[in-house]
Design a protein around this ligand. Sequence first.
Ligand code: KIV
Length: 275
Amino acid sequence: MSSLANTGTKKGFSINDFNTRKKEHVPISMVTCYDFVFAKIVEETDIDIILVGDSLGNVIAGYENTIPVTVEQMIYHTEIVHRGAPSKFLVIDMPFMSYHVSVEDSLRNAGTMIKKSGAHAVKLEGGVEFYDVVKALVRASIPVMGHLGLTPQSVHKLGGYTVQGREEDKRRKLIDDAKSLVDAGACSLVLEKVPESLAKEISEAITIPTIGIGAGVHCDGQVLVLHDMLGLDAGFSPKFLKKYANLHEITKNALNDYSREVRDKQYPGKEHSYA
Ligand code: KIV
């Protein structure tokens, strides 16, 4: 068996815990991760789930949105994260247009992503429209996490990154979407940037856990983008985001200290030099 073999997590979170956590009201913690150094740190923590999100398009690649992200890029980053955090339950995002063409194409893409990356589940954006896709993936033993509300791959359709589900018809549609994902066999559901009351209604109406980002306290779990919650991007401060550290400031100060010490010939010192 290769070191990338997906044996499930020996300790920590496993697929069965989605149900257990919902029943026992123990919130699920999820964070994104895209590289080896951070994966090794997350591996040492109590975080339940790592999501290799297609937000890597923004965070790592500097694209304007997640639309250009490819299946190959997702596999590359997820395989790296799996090496750094082998015990964590790992979810890989299906990128834009990798599950939109046909059920057969979606199966092939998801199958390749699971086989090559070491992930335990895929995540995809959308509801009722993707019922057949989700059902086929689940039938092929590929666990699926849904994603509703603000779905960044639909940014051109939505016209921006605003809160979703404020109007009554959109609210109803999101509830129907959530129920459809449950019927299709999804194991859990990300709710992004929806009113707290809607997230509460959905969370109470369905049997699988909701994992919120900008969706309030009533979700069955929470997810944040790692780089955002560590405060690496000084210019990104949406209302829902809590910055648990200020790594932008810390990193900038460290770099300036280093630069100054090089200029002043303080670094390297005797203790950093070989005899
Ligand atoms: O791609 C991503 O990071 C996500 C989370 C924001 C849920 O989908």
